[in-house]
Ligand binder design. Structure first.
Ligand code: ZN
Length: 498
């Protein structure tokens, strides 16, 4: 038995289709998530889930009998009452975690009655869900069905993690099932018609993690096709094209960049530039840079040049898009009264002020508590002639020990992802160094806002709201200032490198 292999005692608190939360009963050890990858998973699974739920009297006895044998067992949960119907855990459709302390668990769907409250659950506590019924989730509690109000419960994926950013959208190409786990042998939650648009949160072994009618589930990736995001090459500008001139150099960031005779994308191609070559930039008008290459004059689309100031501040006149994550109806990650959207806006506003003070032209995708769509943020960037894009977010993990800063770049065909990596690395390292954060490094992830912007674009996750140490920094104004200063310095470092 696994229990004999370890020196401490574990007592199972919650059980769902695929994850157990286990409490170290011997001391102040805290909770431990037993995911399918954990060495104890098989044994706990055999002991409990394959037979029935924890609420099963027989299993309960077996467990408690077993733990009684080891004298230091302390029950953290009342053992089930005899004679109550045993719930069939194979019917579980998902796992939720409470987003608030003291969430009422009721035996009926009636929030006006106090008599129907059978218990409460604190923030982070997990419940297995059997059905979604209007505003209510039908859950198991003490060996019986009960209800919690949907607003205060957040669905988790099969590994027990909260769903994070949407990576892309897909359309179903046929009628397909949504499963509890990424395998067609698991329970079917619901059936989705053909031609339905669904968000993708994660890809696991040929399955996409999506959400159907508010419930996360896995669908076969091959039965979908990607929704194509229109990439406006030359958008209709929302404002007068900015004009810049001065002592400028351009470094080519892609291969085979066209030099055109005139400032438009249908004009004659004079010659092509290779990645890494430098051109003299005389002026920039909107998207078109007038350049001189080998003594010849021509025009190049500025999105594919890193514009370098040969004198003065390296970021003077640069057009920088700052994207505070989420906003409005979308709070992002929430812990108690702390919402990601507010932290992102605070840091973004400070970054903007610092960049502007250094002479940059900065545009924020939102300046208040509003919700621009992801596609809207991409369009905003293109319509405003953005030259780099920095999206600011805060992280969350079910495992509260996860902490630190990570920065993402996207890699798409024809993209100058080397530039993305440099920008991401400078920003990430500045934060890690100045704010003394755990370094979770620079990673590739095709989030919509960074995959569809055809300029250097990164998304930084400052730290984890779910981790107490990170949270203390993310809610402290002095640290907020340090985060902003670090992002500013990272951008400055990026433009200082020629
Ligand atoms: Zn976010």
């Amino acid at each position: 038995m696994y229990f004999k292999k370890v020196s401490r005692m574990l007592c199972i608190l919650f059980i769902s289709a695929s994850i157990f939360t286990v409490h170290n009963a011997s001391a102040s050890g805290g909770f431990e998530d037993i995911s399918p990858k954990h060495e104890a998973y098989e044994e706990i699974n055999n002991l409990v889930v394959n037979k029935s739920s924890f609420a099963d009297v027989a299993v309960g006895r077996e467990l408690s009998g077993y733990v009684e044998q080891l004298s230091f067992f302390k029950s953290e949960k009342e053992l089930p009452v005899k004679g109550v119907a045993v719930l069939d855990t194979s019917q579980v459709i998902g796992l939720v975690s409470s987003t608030t302390d003291g969430l009422n668990i009721r035996k009926s769907k009636d929030s006006s009655s106090k008599a129907n409250i059978v218990g409460t659950i604190n923030k982070g506590g997990k419940l297995s869900v059997y059905a979604v019924e209007g505003d209510w989730l039908k859950v198991s509690y003490n060996d019986a069905f009960a209800y919690v109000y949907k607003t205060y419960a957040q669905f988790l994926d099969a590994d027990g993690n909260a769903l994070r950013n949407i990576q892309k959208q897909v359309t179903t190409t046929q009628s397909i099932n949504s499963y509890v786990k990424p395998t067609s042998s698991s329970k079917v939650i619901s059936t989705v018609n053909s031609k339905v648009k669904l968000p993708v949160y994660k890809t696991v072994n040929g399955y996409y993690l999506t959400v159907v009618n508010g419930v996360p589930g896995y669908i076969v990736a091959d039965s979908t096709e990607d929704v194509k995001v229109e990439k406006p090459s030359i958008p209709n500008p929302t404002q007068t094209p900015p004009k810049v001139s001065g002592d400028l150099l351009g470094r080519v960031t892609v291969d085979n960049l066209n030099i055109r005779k005139e400032a438009n994308s249908t004009s004659t191609v004079l010659c092509k530039l290779k990645k890494g070559e430098y051109v003299q930039v005389n002026s920039i008008n909107g998207y078109w840079a007038q350049i001189i290459y080998n003594g010849q004059e021509g025009y190049v689309h500025k999105s594919y040049l890193k514009i370098l100031n040969l004198s003065g501040n390296p970021i003077k006149d640069r057009i920088i898009i700052i994207d505070p994550g989420h906003g409005g109806k979308d709070p992002g990650t929430v812990v108690g009264t702390i919402a990601e959207k507010n932290i992102a806006l605070k840091v973004s506003t400070l970054v903007t002020q610092k960049l502007e003070a250094a002479g940059a032209k900065v545009l924020m995708t939102r300046t208040g508590d509003t919700y621009p769509t992801r596609e809207g943020r991409v369009d905003f960037t293109h319509a405003n002639y953005g030259e780099i894009f920095v999206s600011i977010h805060v992280n969350y993990a079910a495992n509260t020990s996860a902490q630190g800063t990570e920065t993402f770049f996207a890699k798409t065909p024809g993209d100058m992802h080397q530039e993305d990596i440099e920008l991401a690395t400078f920003i990430n390292n500045q934060i890690v160094k100045n704010v003394n954060m755990n370094d979770r490094k620079v990673k590739k992830e095709n989030f919509i806002v960074i995959a569809n912007t055809n300029i250097p674009a990164i998304l930084v996750e400052l730290g984890f709201l779910s981790n107490s140490e990170d949270r203390a920094k993310l809610t402290d104004n002095q640290y907020i200032e340090l985060f902003a200063e670090s992002i500013y310095k990272g951008i400055l470092e990026y433009y200082s490198k020629q």
